[in-house]
Every structure is written in structure tokens, then in C-alpha cells.
Ligand binder design. Structure first.
Ligand SMILES: [Cu+2]
Length: 215
């Protein structure tokens, strides 16, 4: 092998060392404390609400021995110690989905969330209530439901009577609670276009209702 060829190989090796193998990880900055504050910001100091999928380096500054920073989402579950103060670096790969961060001891007030990529919308929550008197309803945000768009729903069923049940029927759906039982139940439903009827079976003529689902 001639000298010129060796030099060419050496030059090629240097270039391949200099070129990053993959896209560089982006930096994010997390803080928690000293007061009841928790933040996650990008390198422009903007609060993180939406990110592209990819590799990230998260620099966490835990400024309090009463708080921690806990990040959770698809493929990620990392947290700082509550008692420890200081800086931590995490290298994480974020994929399409929904991520949340909290301070564990104060998760109801110290919290945040962001999406990565374009995850499917969260299912809408509906509430079905039957009893304690001869009443039955399906509501969304406190309002009676009369029509819905087809899709995924979470139906929280509150059966508040031992004389009634909640029975929902419609295209592809036939579910009920027991008459004698009471309780709160969570049903994950896919509602397709059509008419849905609900009733309490022991008083199906009086305690009933319906809504439409459009495609
Ligand atoms: Cu806290």
C-alpha cells in the first residue's frame, strides 16, 4: 500500500470521527424547588409542551430536600431523590406519546406534562349515573349527552341504587351493571355510529335515555 493511499485512509478516518454518528441529543433543563415549583424548559428557556421524538439530555437541578423531579412516560421512568439536592443528568430517548413530570410528595400541585410527536387524542370521559331515585343519565362535563362523535370513550358508571342497574346497548355494545349491586365502574368503549340506548332493566320504560353517535 502506497503512502498516498495510507494518507487517504487516515483522512477518511478523521472525517468519520468528526461526523456525529446520529443526530445530537437535545438539551432540556428541569428544576424543582426551592418553593413549590417544578419546571421543564428547552434550550431557549421556553416551557416544554411538545417535542419531536429523539434523544435528549435532561439536566435536572433539584434545589430542595423536600421535593424531587420524577419524569414518566413511554420507555422512561426516572426520578431524583427527595432528600438530595444537586444536579443530575439523564440521557433519555423520547418516543411518540404523553409524558408527565411531578414532585412525588406534592404530585397534585407540582406537576407538568408534554407530548412527543403526535399521539392519538385521549379518550373523552363520560359519566353515567343511575339512582338513587328513579333517575338515569349520561353526561359529559356535567351536561347531558345527546350526540357524540364516533371514537374511544371512557364511561365512568356510577350505579347508586340496589334497585337499578345501568344497561347500555348500541352498535357492538351491550354492557350492564348488576341490579342488586352498587358501585363505580370504568368502561373503555369504542362507540360507532348509531343510536345508543340506556336504561335500568327493572324499570326499563321509565328509567331510560338515549344518545346518537355520528360517524
Ligand atoms: Cu414537592
Amino acid at each position: 500500500m502506497g503512502t498516498r493511499r495510507l494518507l487517504a485512509l487516515a483522512a477518511a478516518a478523521l472525517i468519520s470521527l468528526a461526523a456525529p454518528a446520529a443526530a445530537q441529543a437535545k438539551d432540556l433543563f428541569a428544576t424543582v424547588g426551592p418553593e413549590f415549583t417544578i419546571t421543564l424548559r428547552d434550550d431557549q428557556n421556553q416551557p416544554v409542551t411538545k417535542l419531536d421524538p429523539g434523544d435528549y439530555r435532561i439536566v435536572v437541578e433539584d434545589r430542595s430536600e423536600f421535593h424531587n423531579f420524577h419524569l414518566r412516560g413511554p420507555g422512561v421512568d426516572v426520578a431524583t431523590d427527595i432528600e438530595q439536592i444537586g444536579m443530575v443528568e439523564w440521557n433519555v430517548t423520547l418516543v411518540e406519546g404523553r409524558y408527565t413530570f411531578v414532585c412525588d410528595p406534592h404530585a397534585s400541585v407540582m406537576k407538568g406534562a408534554f407530548v412527543v410527536g403526535n399521539p392519538p387524542p385521549l379518550p373523552v370521559q363520560l359519566v353515567a349515573t343511575v339512582g338513587p331515585k328513579n333517575t338515569i343519565s349520561v353526561t359529559q362535563g356535567g351536561k347531558k349527552v345527546s350526540s357524540l362523535s364516533a371514537g374511544s370513550y371512557v364511561l365512568v358508571v356510577r350505579d347508586r341504587s340496589k334497585k337499578h342497574n345501568f344497561h347500555l346497548t348500541g352498535p357492538g355494545v351491550n354492557r350492564r351493571t348488576t341490579v342488586a349491586g352498587r358501585g363505580t365502574f370504568t368502561w373503555n368503549l369504542t362507540l360507532n355510529a348509531g343510536t345508543f340506548a340506556f336504561r335500568s332493566d327493572p324499570q326499563a320504560r321509565r328509567v331510560k335515555g338515549s344518545f346518537k353517535v355520528t360517524g
